[in-house]
Design a protein around this ligand. Structure first.
Ligand SMILES: Nc1ncnc2c1ncn2[C@@H]1O[C@H](COP(=O)(O)OP(=O)(O)O)[C@@H](O)[C@H]1O
Ligand SMILES: [Mg+2]
Length: 293
């Protein structure tokens, strides 16, 4: 086996759209590794040829979740998968927000519904924030804002919840965090537990707008210098996460009182948005190289 060979795991649908893939491949080559992009579901790939398989953009796992989890279990017998498969299993199901909250991490208040629960009633929905803000409904296994919608009407939100539950999907409901409309969300990227860079993501959900029918909802990304409060909140989320993460991303939004809270913790297949901090590719590559020594 070529000891330098590293797989960046992607998907056919993402190979052309994952903007991080080319700069990360280049940065890995620059530190003397032999990177290859490989699609997770490509039966022709022999995963045992790689020292390391780094999940990069296997972004079609959501509608194929069982198949993806089986793939993870199979491939971890053949090579080292990073982040570790047990972390990926935990982090691809947004019920991890419950675990973070139990550990004292400030998160967006979330109500969960399971397909096995009695049919939810409207009074079980969160009340929205003061002033009756909108409600966001999303499946607990979701990415790219797929099947996610912001509702101004509780009864429409409830219909959405029922439809997802009927499709066998566990569901979460959150008050829409109104500050997202102006300030946006802040994503903080860490490599080996060390803060690398941050970005702003603009608002995505229009009020009562149907969920995206694209593979991913379009995102508006820019560099952002995070506030001290954001750095501290993200550090708390990382400290409450499983140890030894090659990469991590914490997405924060301002809550009603302005304090940052976790919207999402991305330990499986996050975009790093290298373009907002080009030197971050080199930091990632150094961390990967260190895993091989
Ligand atoms: N509670 C919320 N308040 C405001 N915006 C939200 C909320 N939940 C989701 N969104 C919007 O929907 C997008 C997708 O939701 P998110 O929880 O990040 O899941 P994913 O990125 O995995 O699809 C976010 O980037 C944000 O714009
Ligand atoms: Mg997100």
């Amino acid at each position: 086996m070529d000891e330098r060979r590293v797989a960046l795991v992607t998907a056919r649908v993402a190979a052309a759209t994952d903007a991080d893939l080319p700069p990360l491949m280049q940065a890995l080559a620059d530190v003397g590794l032999a990177p290859e992009a490989a699609c997770w579901d490509d039966a022709a790939v022999d995963w045992s040829r790689y020292r390391l398989a780094v999940l990069r953009s296997p972004w079609d796992y959501v509608p194929r979740y069982e198949e993806f989890l089986e793939w993870l279990t199979r491939v971890e017998q053949m090579t080292t998968v990073l982040n570790r498969p047990e972390v990926v299993r935990w982090s691809t199901d947004k019920r991890y927000l419950r675990d973070l909250a139990a550990d004292g991490v400030p998160v967006v208040p979330t109500t969960f519904f399971e397909p096995s629960d009695p049919r939810p009633q409207v009074h079980q929905l969160p009340a929205g924030l003061e002033g009756g803000s909108d409600l966001v409904v999303k499946p607990v296994v979701s990415a790219g804002s797929k099947d996610t919608m912001r509702h101004s009407s509780p009864s429409a939100a409830l219909d959405h919840v029922h439809a997802l539950l009927a499709a066998g999907r566990a569901v979460m409901v959150q008050p829409y965090q109104d500050a997202v409309d102006g300030y946006g969300e802040t994503g903080l990227v860490y490599f080996d537990g060390i803060f690398s860079h941050a970005f702003r993501k603009g608002p995505i959900l229009g009020r009562d707008a149907a969920p995206t029918d694209e593979f991913f909802a379009p995102e508006e990304i820019a560099a952002r210098d995070p506030s001290a409060a954001e750095r501290a909140a993200a550090d708390v989320a990382i400290a409450a996460s499983p140890p030894d993460l090659l990469y991590a991303r914490v997405d924060l939004v301002p809550s009603a009182d302005g304090a940052p809270v976790v919207l999402e913790l991305e330990l499986a297949e996050p975009s790093y948005f290298v373009s907002v901090a080009p030197e971050s590719a080199g930091r990632f590559a150094e961390c990967v190289a260190a895993r091989l020594t």
